[in-house]
Ligand binder design. Structure first.
Ligand code: SAH
Ligand code: SF4
Length: 412
């Protein structure tokens, strides 16, 4: 059972259940994945090692966990044979449980995962010629009911722990066979050559899976620190993008404490339309959001902010919308690029995707305004892995969705 406590989050009326950072499993052992190195050292001391031993062992173990991807203490060959069972009695090296792995015809892969306390969530890997992007979830479900998003129809079950978030990246490395063999226990030049980040398939991470990452700020930050740590997974912050639907009060801290690239789900340029499709807009309006983007620490012409814009037929896709988008981005003098996302349908969705001609015309207007506005090619639609299609069937539906379905049933 995961131990949860209640936490208030800015913009949330009700406190959200969050899991504690250390959750002993039913057998009393503690999962080391997701804990910062000093915390591991502390746990080793509490378990009885003296300070010097705890420091040394935590450094070694951390290296085996994040550089080498081992899941068994027995594989830690530079740790004394007698010490390994001592560790295994007290600690585990966890991974999210894989319920199902699916392969799309376009190479996209989707994994249905399960937490130890039985909640389903998803992660997606999207390879293309120049990079491989892992789309990571931050919550089981989402509290924000964006009307075009399948995840928004789910009830929020809980925030994922740092271990469950960084565990997705580690699981992807397991699946792609991307742990360096390392030179630690071999020492020969050939294996040492593998011990680099070069030539990997998994090159980028986007926090664009299920959930609103800025409503799980602490855990997302701690997980991404492990991903970026040179002693950890060692991925550059320039290769990580966090997408938010616009949780304005957390954006500055995101830039300061995490420092990754920012993507903002704008999706509309007028209050009535954004209020409808991204209901969080009623709390933090467009101007306030764009001001927070202009103030985002680390944004520059070299590191532009991505504005995501889902193309919904007859809703937000007119020439006038495109011109207003350009005007707004210029008014706030934003180092911006726009990502046009063709709407991905899901069962029960009330929208249609704009026509290709409409999307092209919209994109042309933004480009002519001097802002890059490529159209994102949908990936993995055949396995429901595309943006906004993530929804684990096992989870209960939100009340709003149940009401909509009940109404449709009566009308039909
Ligand atoms: N909660 C965060 C991150 C996850 S969503 C956010 O909203 O930004 C990742 C992106 O997919 C967001 O821009 C989201 O608005 C978009 N999206 C959601 N549903 C979609 C759909 N059905 N079709 C296309 N894009 C969608
Ligand atoms: Fe939540 Fe993002 Fe989906 Fe909105 S688009 S419901 S914020 S996951």
């Amino acid at each position: 059972m995961t131990d949860t406590t209640l936490m208030s989050i800015p913009g949330q009326v009700d406190p959200v259940p969050v899991a504690r950072d250390i959750t002993p499993r039913e057998d009393g052992r503690v999962d080391l994945i997701g804990l910062p190195r000093p915390r591991i050292r502390e746990l080793f001391e509490v378990a009885g090692l003296d300070a010097r031993q705890a420091k040394l062992r935590s450094k070694q173990v951390f290296h085996w966990l994040y550089h080498r991807g081992v899941t068994d203490f027995d594989a830690m060959t530079d740790i004394a044979k007698t010490m390994r069972p001592w560790l295994a009695e007290r600690f585990v090296i966890g991974r999210p449980n894989v319920v199902e792995a699916q392969h799309s015809s376009d190479g996209t892969r989707k994994w249905l995962l399960k937490t130890d306390d039985g909640h389903d969530f998803e992660m997606v890997f999207i390879p293309d010629e120049t990079r491989g992007t892992l789309c990571v979830s931050s919550q089981v479900g989402c509290t924000l009911n964006c009307t075009f998003c399948a995840t928004g129809t789910m009830r929020l079950v809980r925030n994922l722990t740092p271990g469950e978030i960084v565990g997705q990246v580690m699981l992807a490395r397991d699946a792609l066979g991307e742990w360096p063999k390392g030179a630690m226990d071999f020492g020969d030049e050939e294996t040492a050559a593998h011990y680099t980040a070069d030539g990997r398939l998994l090159t980028n991470i986007v926090m664009m899976g299920m959930g609103e990452p800025l409503y799980n700020f602490d855990h997302v930050r701690d997980a991404l620190h492990l991903v970026m740590d040179g002693e950890g997974l060692g991925l550059s912050k320039r290769r990580i993008t966090l997408s938010t639907s616009g949780v304005v009060p957390m954006m500055e801290r995101c830039g300061e404490e995490i420092g990754v690239n920012l993507a903002v789900s704008l999706h509309a340029v007028t209050k009535p339309v954004r209020d409808e499709i991204v209901p969080l807009n009623r709390k933090y309006g467009i101007e306030e959001l764009l001001q927070a983007c202009a103030d985002y620490p680390g944004a520059s012409n070299a590191r532009r902010i991505t504005f995501e814009y889902v193309m919904l037929k007859d809703k937000n896709d007119s020439d006038e919308d495109a011109r207003e988008l350009v005007r707004l981005l210029k008014q706030f003098d934003l180092p911006a690029k726009v990502n046009l996302i063709p709407f991905n349908p899901w069962p029960g969705a009330e929208y249609e995707c704009s026509t290709p001609e409409r999307i092209k015309a919209f994109s042309d207007i933004v480009f002519e305004g001097g802002i890059s506005a490529p159209v994102r090619t949908p990936r993995g639609r055949d396995i429901d892995a595309a943006c906004g299609q993530l929804k684990t069937a096992a989870e209960k539906k939100s009340r709003a969705q149940r009401d909509r379905e009940a109404a449709a049933h009566i009308e039909g």
